[in-house]
Write a protein that binds this ligand. Structure first.
Ligand code: NDP
Length: 327
C-alpha cells in the first residue's frame, strides 16, 4: 500500500478529495515505478484539487503535475533502479496518476535525470513553475534579449513562476521590473533580484493599443488585459513570453504592438515540451539557482495539507513555491 491524495467524482457530479492508502496493484500503466520523495503544489494542481478548473480528465485521479524521487523498479535498460529522477507535465496529475503520492508509475520517456548539483527537494522547490520560468528566460535569450537590451517585466511576481523568473533573470544580470498585486511583498521581490516593483493595478485596466515603449522583454503569467497591456508597453523589437492565465485566458489586444513595434509574442508550454529542451532547462537551472534564495521562497507542507494549501494558493495567499514532503 502507499499513501496518496485522491480526487474522486461524487454521484452529484461534484468531486471529493481525500488522503488515504492505495494498493500497489492500482498503479496505472508505465514502465518505471518511482518512490516519490518530494512533489509540489502548482497553480494547475490547485485548480485540480479544488475543482475550480477543468484539469482532471479522468477519475479517480491522483493529482500532482510534478515530482522528484528515486526509481524503485524499471523495465527499461536505460533507467536503473536507484536513479534520481524528475517529472514535469506530460498530462501527469491530469490524465495519468501524479506526484501527490508515495509512488508513481509512469513512462520512462517522461523522466529527466536529476542534475547532480540538485537534491530532490531543490528540484521540487524549482518544480514545474521554476522550470517554466527557465523556459521563458531561455526563449528570451534565443530571441537575443540580453541584459544590455533593457528592462524585463515579470508579472505575477510573488507567485511561483514569477519568483523563480526574477531570481534567474537577476542572476543573469537583467534589470528586472516586478509586477505584483501584493505591495507587502516588495522587499521579498527586491531580495530575489528585482530592481523595481510596480503595482498590478498599473496593468489590469484596459489600456491603449500602444503605450509608452518600456520593456525589452517580459515574462507574463497573467494573460488577459494584463498581457495586452504588457504587449502595448514593449519597446521596439521587444519579446513577450506568455506562459499563464492567472488573470484570464482571454487576450484582448490589437495587432499594433506586433506590426508597429515588431514585438514578438512567444508561447511557452512546459507540459509537452520536447525532451532536449527540458534537459537544457534543468541543466541551466542547476547552474543558476541560488539555493538560499530558493529556500527563502519556499514553504513546505505534508501530503495531508495539500487540500487546504490548494485553496490558499488560488486565493493568492501563498508566496513563491510550495513543496510537498511525500516520503
Ligand atoms: P501562483 O499561484 O504561484 O502565482 C500566480 C501569481 O499571479 C499570483 O501569485 C499573483 O502574483 C498573480 N495573479 C493572481 N491573480 C492575478 C490577476 N487577476 N491579475 C494579475 N496577476 C494575478 O501560480 P504559478 O506561478 O505556479 O503559475 C502562474 C501561471 O502560469 C498560472 O496561470 C499557471 O497555470 C501558469 N503555468 C503555465 C505553465 C505552462 O506550461 N505554460 C507551467 C506552469 C504554470 P502577485 O500576487 O505577485 O500579483
Amino acid at each position: 500500500m502507499f499513501k496518496a491524495v485522491m480526487i474522486e467524482k461524487t454521484t452529484d457530479g461534484a468531486q471529493s478529495v481525500s488522503v488515504g492508502d492505495v494498493a500497489d496493484n492500482q498503479l496505472p500503466e508505465g514502465d518505471v515505478t518511482v518512490r516519490v520523495e518530494w512533489s509540489t503544489l502548482n497553480y494547475k494542481d490547485a485548480l485540480a484539487i479544488t475543482g475550480r478548473g477543468p484539469i482532471v480528465r479522468s477519475f479517480p485521479m491522483v493529482p500532482g503535475i510534478d515530482f522528484a524521487g528515486v526509481v524503485e523498479s524499471s523495465q527499461r535498460e536505460d533507467i536503473k533502479p536507484g536513479t534520481r529522477v524528475i517529472l514535469n507535465g506530460w498530462g501527469v496529475g491530469e490524465k495519468h496518476w501524479g506526484g501527490l503520492a508515495e509512488k508513481a508509475r509512469v513512462s520512462g520517456d517522461w523522466l529527466v535525470p536529476l542534475p547532480d548539483r540538485l537534491t530532490t527537494r531543490q528540484a521540487m522547490e524549482i518544480g514545474t513553475a521554476g522550470y517554466t520560468a527557465m523556459l521563458c528566460v531561455q526563449a528570451l535569450q534565443r530571441q537575443e534579449v540580453m541584459p544590455d537590451k533593457g528592462p524585463i517585466l515579470v508579472t505575477g511576481a510573488a507567485g511561483g513562476v514569477g519568483s523563480v523568473a526574477i531570481m534567474l533573470l537577476g542572476r543573469l544580470g537583467y534589470h528586472v521590473v516586478a509586477v505584483t498585486g501584493r505591495p507587502e511583498e516588495d522587499a521579498y521581490l527586491i531580495g530575489l533580484g528585482a530592481k523595481e516593483v510596480l503595482p498590478r493595478q498599473a496593468f489590469s485596466a484596459p489600456g491603449k493599443p500602444l503605450d509608452k515603449a518600456r520593456w525589452a522583454g517580459a515574462v507574463d503569467v497573467a494573460g488577459g488585459v494584463v498581457l495586452a497591456n504588457v504587449c502595448a508597453s514593449m519597446a521596439y523589437g521587444g519579446v513577450v513570453t506568455a506562459c499563464g492565465l492567472a488573470a484570464d485566458m482571454s487576450f484582448p489586444s490589437t495587432v499594433a504592438p506586433f506590426i508597429l513595434r515588431g514585438v514578438t509574442l512567444v508561447g511557452i508550454d512546459s507540459v509537452m515540451c520536447p525532451k532536449d529542451k527540458r534537459l537544457a532547462a534543468w541543466t541551466r537551472l542547476a547552474e543558476l539557482i541560488d539555493p538560499s534564495k530558493l529556500e527563502a521562497m519556499t514553504s513546505e507542507i505534508a501530503l495531508d495539507d495539500a487540500v487546504n494549501a490548494a485553496t490558499s494558493l488560488l486565493d493568492g495567499k501563498i508566496r513563491g513555491r510550495v513543496v510537498v514532503r511525500v516520503s
